[in-house]
Design a protein around this ligand. Structure first.
Ligand SMILES: CC(C)(COP(=O)(O)OP(=O)(O)OC[C@H]1O[C@@H](n2cnc3c(N)ncnc32)[C@H](O)[C@@H]1OP(=O)(O)O)[C@@H](O)C(=O)NCCC(=O)NCCS
Length: 322
């Protein structure tokens, strides 16, 4: 069952007009093609674990759970503090979660749905009672600020949710759907810094940045998010009419609208904050959950459909009675 949420974003805001001074672009082009108006960007000293710990602490407070009650901290991120150990371990220390297992899971922008699915599995099988699921990214650290096709899209942020045992009132994670296609890894990736291209070679060849084939990713995102949304609805005998709020991954307003159209949901039942944060990858859905709740758009008892898509490719969906 969902117990609480929290978010944390850097204070510094980078507007489309600020970007006009960095690359050859315009506010009008960015807004028309993506719906993004601004994004939050970390200063040099901030780490992913620090931002995630802030979001996690807010979620714990919201849930009324103390850090030492956590059995696990699961973090979706592609921009961890270090290659290893996991960012979850840094967060475990920062929160003082003395009884928690900690690990990262990498599913790019689908990261939060993936970690929440595993949180749910741990809880259902009795291996855990309370799990902190976090999606957090400092994408600004791996964005090529000379590439106008990518640098306008991404932002920094973290969002968190505390999951606990299902209540007997039907509230909780009702179903999840996850899928991947590794044939398309090259369309959206940061190729350097792993075992295939060393960090030194990557720096020399500018491979230590996000590389993306925008139009191809766009088409795959529309198809996959549509599939994820319709599959889980059909499997559970539901339609868009039964859903109180659609919370899609916030990558691009046109992808969000196409997803809503596939499940025949009007935009007033779709949560959108891509204008404010840009694409924060794994953080986008938990940030949206937190904002939707605080804006009164997502209330206790509401049925929400969460849908994500990301590099890999990975995609998935989740039905949650909040
Ligand atoms: C990136 C994206 C906004 C580009 O929009 P698009 O309509 O596909 O645009 P294209 O890439 O075809 O480029 C169209 C033109 O705009 C130009 N352009 C690209 N970025 C630009 C920018 N920031 N400002 C101005 N012009 C830009 C291109 O150079 C191209 O010019 P040309 O026609 O003279 O060659 C769009 O493809 C997209 O959102 N893709 C999905 C990305 C995504 O969500 N990734 C994360 C998934 S989790």
């Amino acid at each position: 069952m969902f117990l609480g949420s929290g978010k944390a974003v850097p204070e510094r805001v980078l507007t489309n007009h600020d970007l006009e001074k960095i690359v050859d672009t315009s506010d009008e082009w960015i807004r028309e093609r993506t719906g993004i108006e601004r994004r939050h960007i970390a200063d040099d000293k901030l780490t992913t674990s620090e931002l995630c710990a802030r979001a996690g602490a807010a979620a714990l407070q919201d849930a009324g759970i103390t850090a030492d009650q956590l059995d696990a901290i699961l973090v979706g991120t592609v921009t961890g503090d270090a290659k290893f150990p996991s960012t979850a371990c840094y967060i475990q220390d920062k929160l003082g979660a003395s009884n928690a297992a900690a690990m990262d899971l990498q599913a790019a922008c689908s990261g939060f749905l993936y970690v929440s699915t595993f949180a749910d599995s741990l809880i259902r099988t009795g291996k855990a009672r309370y799990v902190l699921a976090i999606g957090g990214e400092l994408l600004s650290r791996i964005v090529d600020w000379t590439d106008r096709a990518t640098c306008i899209l991404f932002g920094d942020g973290a969002g968190a949710a505390v999951w606990g045992p299902a209540g007997d009132d039907g509230r909780g994670i009702i179903d999840t759907f996850m899928k991947s296609n590794g044939k398309l890894t090259d369309l959206l990736h940061m190729p350097g810094g792993g075992t295939s291209i060393s960090m030194q070679d990557a720096i020399n060849a500018r491979m230590n940045y996000i590389k993306m084939q925008g139009p191809e990713v766009f088409k795959a995102a529309v198809t996959s998010m549509g599939e994820a949304a319709t599959t889980i609805l059909e499997k559970n005998g539901l339609t868009g009419d039964d859903i109180d709020l659609l919370i899609p991954h916030q990558a691009n307003i046109r992808i969000i609208k196409a997803t809503a159209k596939r499940v025949k949901m009007p935009m007033d039942k779709v949560f959108v904050n891509v204008n404010e944060f840009g694409n924060t990858s794994a953080a986008s859905i938990p940030i949206a959950i937190d904002e939707a709740r605080k804006a009164g758009r997502l209330k206790e008892g509401d049925l929400a459909l969460l849908v994500a898509f990301g590099g890999g490719f990975t995609w998935g969906s989740m039905l949650v009675r909040f």
